[in-house]
Design a protein. Structure first.
Length: 278
């Protein structure tokens, strides 16, 4: 499952490098109360935010951010939220992550015409999206730089680049693990050049080669697929792992999440306001 903003967000992409997966189980009717979470440390001027393990978070990609969750970290859509939305969250003491798709073209984004047809591959399972040929870095880098400029200029603290595991999917291009490593490291460099921290989204097989390049991780469904221990290098490096499950009940994964130091919650697949934290 890979979180995406936009229309009809009911499909999914694997948390690792496998085929598409679909979460269909309905969550319970309402969230449970959670203890007061730790707050993010103050980020001095000129240094990028480095989220530590244990921070509670909200992941909302369905529309503009709703600030009602009492958590220190918000991960929201970079296009659908304004600088004013980010500033509002900052005034309430939150750090804010900018969701941006870097692995697929989206027909509903304002910069859709910046992508030449030659880099557009097969549909990825989300309506209006097609995989990108990540080998074409001379074409894609300027586009991603502009997207990350948008995140920086709106005041975001970090970026969540989505769909960075195309090499394990049927993209229409002969992508290799090496292609993906080069692209993902480029994405991390683009973020760091702008003073933004950056998270590795899924791509579990390449964590050993990428953990030093990324400041935190974002994972979907590692408990359902028995993969959560593969995220330990991030926690061991003092870097947060922001984790969600869609169909597993919290009682089935929260104990392991606490043991491993993950920041875990259950969400509905559309990634709206509802959350059920560990």
């Amino acid at each position: 499952m890979s979180g995406c903003s936009g229309p009809d967000r009911t499909g999914s992409t694997g948390a690792g490098s496998g085929p598409a997966r679909t979460a269909s189980a309905a969550p319970p009717p309402g969230p449970r109360a959670s203890p007061s979470p730790p707050r993010p440390s103050h980020t001095p001027g000129g240094t990028r935010w480095r989220p530590r393990p244990g921070l509670s978070w909200q992941w909302q990609l369905d529309g503009r951010a709703d600030p009602s969750a009492d958590v220190p970290v918000y991960d929201i859509d970079g296009f659908e939220n304004t600088a004013r939305d980010v500033a509002r969250l900052h005034r309430e003491g939150r750090k804010v992550i900018c969701y941006v798709n870097v692995g697929a073209w989206e027909e509903f984004r304002p910069d859709r015409d910046a992508f030449p047809r030659s880099v557009l591959g097969r549909p990825n399972g989300w309506r209006g999206e097609r995989w990108l040929d990540i080998r074409r870095v001379h074409v894609l880098r300027p586009i991603m730089e502009r997207r990350f400029d948008m995140c920086r200029d709106k005041g975001f603290d970090a970026v969540e680049p989505d769909l960075v595991e195309g090499y394990g999917n049927d993209t229409g291009f002969p992508l290799t693990a090496g292609d993906q490593l080069r692209y993902n490291r480029m994405i991390a460099d683009i973020a760091h050049d702008r003073g933004l921290s950056v998270g590795l989204k899924n791509d579990l097989p390449q964590i050993p080669q990428l953990v030093d390049h990324f400041d935190f991780a974002v994972n979907e469904e590692c408990a359902q697929y028995g993969e959560c221990a593969e995220l330990s290098p991030f926690v061991e490096a003092g870097k947060a792992v922001f984790h969600v499950e869609y169909s597993e009940p919290t009682g089935a994964f929260c104990g392991l999440s606490r043991q491993l130091g993950l920041s875990s919650m259950r969400k509905k697949p559309e990634l709206g306001v509802w959350r059920d934290p560990c």
